[in-house]
Design a protein around this ligand. Structure first.
Ligand code: ATP
Ligand code: MG
Length: 448
């Protein structure tokens, strides 16, 4: 670069966040917990592409939903003219894949996924343009049992993540013909209160009147509260299904409230719908939404196959975890290896590998662009790494076949430097660590 030209920095896309190393331990803890909870219910992971054909969402989610109307990142593939979309959600993709690979040929399947989703929304707290969801889809199950199981799985996840104050809202939106009857009455009701409808509601009156019930407009709450309730239109079967879900939840002491106004954004839902909500996140308080979507597989050209699932917003849950006050900042490593001179550098790599063989996390000092080659500055880095021990290799140590081992923190042994025969360094440090905190597994000591 020429000296007097200032190069302009390129910044990331608005609403799409970098997840920085400081937050990585929190993400890892979250993802590991999710993975183990889902595994404990027999769910298997599926990974589908981030890009899907646009018609998958246009057809699957319904043309008059928020997502399809205004939130999708869609583009034409300039190579072949294909209409493509960055997935705004992943139920459609999972169902597409299940049909394409005939995943339910030998019975129903419990599937789960985690990954980024893309919606062109106004960025704000808890609402981003790239965000992450964990979702589960139970495909091929018709009964209320799997609906309840999915809900119980969520409850266990909140507990394992150390989160409380997330409450369950439950509703049944019945089947298509029940919704149609209700819809007719609902439109008639809204027509008699036309003066109270805002512009959004006016627009939705005939296309998606159910969504008007979901309005956040305070001026409409009273009118909307008195509107005909879908739950009163449920037939025998839908009612029995809903009762079945509630029976299992009650039997397992899962508290819930029935919210007759709860509907879900996507067109494909039927019967059970639920949301997990918290008061701790301002207006973006829904951390997870789900429900039954029996019509979807057939809508995508598959054999009629009932299904139920949920999707949770990872960023919102991580914000709750942060607010719960627990610390998620484990050390970068257990041992930091400093060295001076060419021979010592070679030995540094050898001892670092042995320490890793013994199950320890090790950082070997490597040349940096900034100054920092002296023992003193290397030791500063060792300290900053959070390591419990520094291994020190200089000319003397190499000549004597030894290494210096210095405790950097814990148990009042700081400052003491032991001279240990080179071949015993790994055992020495493992002994120090396991004796130090009474744990037999050296790989676990840093979690204490
Ligand atoms: P909202 O009413 O908040 O827009 P939604 O009904 O659009 O939510 P779903 O499509 O059901 O949300 O997605 C499931 C979950 O994903 C939500 O409950 C939320 O936790 C999370 N989520 C949805 N959109 C976003 C976003 N733009 N940024 C971050 N998280 C999101
Ligand atoms: Mg939304």
């Amino acid at each position: 670069m020429s000296e007097n030209k200032k190069v302009e920095k390129i910044v990331g896309v608005k609403g799409m966040n970098d997840i920085l190393p400081a937050d990585a331990p929190l993400w890892e803890l979250f993802e590991n917990t999710v993975q183990s909870v889902l595994k404990s219910y027999g769910f298997q992971q599926i990974r589908t592409p981030i890009v899907e054909p646009t018609p998958l969402f246009a057809r699957g989610l319904g043309a008059v939903t928020d997502i399809v109307e205004k939130e999708m990142y869609s583009f034409t593939d300039s190579m072949n003219g294909d209409e493509l979309t960055l997935r705004p959600e992943n139920t459609a993709g999972v169902v597409r894949a299940a049909i394409e690979h005939n995943l339910t040929y030998d019975g129903p399947k419990r599937l789960w996924y985690v990954g980024p989703m893309f919606r062109h929304e106004k960025p704000q707290r808890g609402r981003y343009r790239q965000f992450h969801q964990v979702g589960a889809e139970a495909i091929g199950f018709s009964g209320p049992d799997v609906d309840a199981e999915l809900i119980m799985l969520c409850q266990r996840l909140w507990a394992d993540l150390g989160l409380d104050g997330i409450r369950l809202e439950l509703n049944s939106i019945g089947d298509a013909d029940e919704r149609n009857k209700h819809r007719t009455d609902l439109i008639a009701y809204f027509e008699t209160h036309r003066d109270q409808l805002d512009a959004e509601a006016q627009r939705r009156l005939y296309s998606n009147p159910l969504r008007i019930l979901d309005t956040k407009n305070p001026g409409m709450q009273d009118m909307v509260n008195k509107a005909p309730k879908l739950i009163d239109y449920l037939g025998e079967e839908s009612r029995a299904h809903f009762e079945g879900v509630q029976r299992i939840l009650r039997h397992n002491n899962i508290p819930f409230t029935i919210n007759p106004r709860l509907v879900r954004g996507m067109d494909y839902y039927n019967r059970t719908v639920f949301e997990w909500v918290t008061d701790q996140l301002g207006s973006q308080g829904t951390v997870c939404g789900g429900g039954r979507y029996d019509p979807l597989v057939e809508m995508f050209g598959g054999k009629p196959t009932p299904a139920c699932g949920f999707a949770m917003g990872v960023e919102r849950l991580l914000e709750l975890m942060k607010a719960s006050g627990e610390q998620f900042a484990p050390n970068q490593c257990d041992v930091y290896v400093v060295h001076q001179g060419e021979a010592a550098q070679l030995q540094a790599f050898v001892v670092a590998e042995r320490l890793r063989d013994a199950g320890l996390d090790v950082v070997t000092h490597c040349a940096a662009a900034s100054a920092g080659g002296s023992f003193k500055s290397q030791m500063k880095r060792a300290d900053a790494s959070g390591a419990s021990y520094a291994v020190i290799l200089g000319e003397d140590e190499v000549a004597n076949g030894t290494a210096g081992v210095k405790a950097l923190r814990g148990e009042g042994e700081q400052g003491n430097q032991a001279t240990v025969p080179f071949d015993e360094v790994a055992n020495y440090i493992v002994d120090q660590i396991t004796c130090g905190d009474g744990c037999d597994d050296p790989t676990h000591h840093h979690h204490h």
